[in-house]
Design a protein around this ligand. Structure first.
Ligand code: GLN
Length: 537
């Protein structure tokens, strides 16, 4: 196996994850099998416990791992399906070292950062290598910025690892910023020089430097960076601000042939230049769509760019498929409580209620789903959004006044959404989350079955605690709600929908974690198509 390590310098938010993912795209389009992973220097064992304010969305993998949102980029930019082995945090590393120490596995030695902690990091690298024998190139992104104290052990582990597997098998790529100083009218290379100097101080000489620039990278600056940073001029690669969509990133990096540089450095022999026609067509459809729809996303962390990342990306994928620009209106659910649905989302073509936890904004979301149902506006409810639709239907159609989820009202008279344990009469409420992919059965004749091309079974990713209460299934169905999918094992409700509505569907799972640029998720695709039809009425 060959290894690429992507580090970052100067500042955070450089698009290092996108750079790494784009390299994955390019190598894969050269016919190489890639695998991507992320090392995060923070002490949380995983980001599952972090507030979206801290870290944006929690991205869930098939195996139920709750991971950094960069893994979402990796899965969208490459065909790899990742596992919990592909996101390592300092928290996991220390947790494992301390457990080993307690079990006496260090045989009485003093347990130290070097070698024990660095060995732990390297052992993960070796394990991933063993587990994925068919992979040609493993791309590892290291979170944070070189020079941060918390990242030092990872950098040291990489230095040692490169020695162990042979430097010819490793390519170090450093992503830095070239700031443009407006007053001087100049692009500055000094921060890059200093960041590379820092990396070299830690024993790593980058093979390729990716320079994030607002403007272009001229030959003089390229020469300067090459000279001061001790790399060949052709290995100084520009990574410009893309104008329209993140899916332009691989195309931008291809301009300086980064994939060719990597292949040469790693001695991967002859591989054809990347076949990017389909990717380019997708980008063109995103940039120059024929149609436009407006979709309201009514959530709780709506002001945060990254809190609903995968949902926004899925809407872009579905939009491109229908040659449609999806204009997203981010709506604070509480605003609907204050001003009413008509005033806030009265003129949109579709309404999406995303997943969420906690009761802030719940009533606003219920009003949004009611408005969508009554006014025949396409509605897609994801996880919490499906629970919301159920509560709304129970209250306003089944006449179950104040029906609720026990997450929001423990003593509700009509707990249409509750913990499984409550359904079984189990007293201990310490339910854990249902996480990861599970198999569900689709019922024929439903809208959902139609959208999924009438397959019998689907596999979708979950991250939730509460379920539609089976005690209320009959009542809801008698009142017209259609259950279109249940989990294969426990019979838990997975999809609900309404007939006699252009598109009204709620999924207990998260379809947004399985949408790809040229393979939009069927639920998103159906939702955007319905919104498009509405916009053309
Ligand atoms: N809070 C809800 C639950 O735990 C929904 C979770 C979600 O939307 N991801 O069931």
């Amino acid at each position: 196996m060959k290894y690429i390590f992507v580090t970052g310098g100067v500042v955070s938010s450089l698009g290092k994850g996108l750079a790494a993912a784009s390299i994955g795209t390019l190598l894969e389009h050269r016919g190489l099998t890639t695998l991507m992973q992320k090392f995060d220097p923070y002490l949380n064992v995983d980001p599952g416990t972090m507030s979206p304010y801290q870290h944006g969305e929690v991205y869930v993998l098939d195996d139920g791992a709750e991971t950094d949102l960069d893994l979402g980029h990796y899965e969208r930019f490459t065909s790899g399906v990742l596992s919990r082995m592909n996101n390592l945090t300092s928290g996991q590393v220390f947790d494992s070292v301390i457990k080993k120490e307690r079990r006496g596995e260090y045989l009485g030695k003093t347990v130290q950062f070097i070698p024990h902690v660095t060995d732990e990091i390297k052992s993960r690298m070796h394990q991933v290598t063993v587990d994925n024998p068919d992979t040609d190139v493993l791309i590892t992104e290291i979170g944070g910025t070189v020079g941060d104290m918390e990242g030092l052990l990872f950098i040291e582990a990489l230095r040692q690892f490169a020695l162990e597997v042979g430097k010819e098998n490793v390519c170090f790529i450093h992503v830095t910023l070239l700031p443009y100083i407006k007053a001087a009218g100049e692009v500055k290379t000094k921060p890059t020089q200093q960041s590379v100097a820092k990396l070299r101080e830690l024993g790593i000489q980058p093979d390729i430097i990716i320079c994030r620039t607002e403007a272009d990278l001229d030959e003089d600056n390229r020469k300067k960076i090459a000279m001061f940073c001790n790399v060949e001029r052709k290995n100084v690669v520009a990574f410009r601000d893309v104008a329209h969509t993140i899916y332009e990133c691989p195309l931008d990096l291809r301009r300086d042939k980064i994939d060719r540089l990597v292949v040469d450095k790693l001695g991967l022999g002859h591989t054809p230049s990347p076949a990017l026609e389909e990717w380019e067509k997708f980008v063109q459809r995103v940039i120059h769509p024929k149609h436009k729809v407006t979709i309201a996303v009514a959530g709780k962390y709506i002001e945060l760019q990254d809190a609903y990342k995968s949902i926004y990306e899925s809407l872009i994928h579905a939009g491109a498929h229908h040659d449609t620009k999806v204009q997203i209106v981010r709506v604070e659910a509480e605003a609907i409580e204050d001003h009413g649905a008509k005033a806030v989302i009265g003129d949109v073509d579709g309404i999406l209620v995303p997943g969420g936890f906690g009761d802030r904004g719940i009533e606003g979301k219920i009003l949004a789903s009611k408005y969508a149902r009554e006014n025949k506006i396409p509605y897609l409810g994801i996880c919490l959004g499906m629970q919301i639709a159920t509560i709304e239907y129970a209250r306003n159609i089944c006449g179950l006044k104040d029906a609720n989820s026990t997450e929001f009202n423990k003593n509700t008279k009509y707990p249409v959404i509750c913990l499984q344990e409550e359904q079984k009469g189990v007293e201990d409420m310490g339910a854990t989350m249902r996480l990861g992919s599970c198999e569900s059965i689709l019922f024929t004749g439903t809208k959902a079955a139609d959208l999924y091309d009438n397959v019998d079974r689907i596999h979708e990713r979950h991250r939730h605690r509460y379920e539609l209460n089976s005690d209320y299934q009959d009542r809801l169905q008698e009142a017209g709600l259609v259950i279109s999918s249940v989990s294969a094992e426990e019979g838990l409700v997975e999809i609900i929908e309404l007939p006699n509505h252009p598109f009204y569907l709620g999924a207990q799972f998260h379809p947004e974690f399985q949408s790809k640029p040229n393979h939009p998720h069927p639920l998103f695709s159906g939702f955007v198509a319905a919104a498009l039809t509405r916009s053309q009425l």
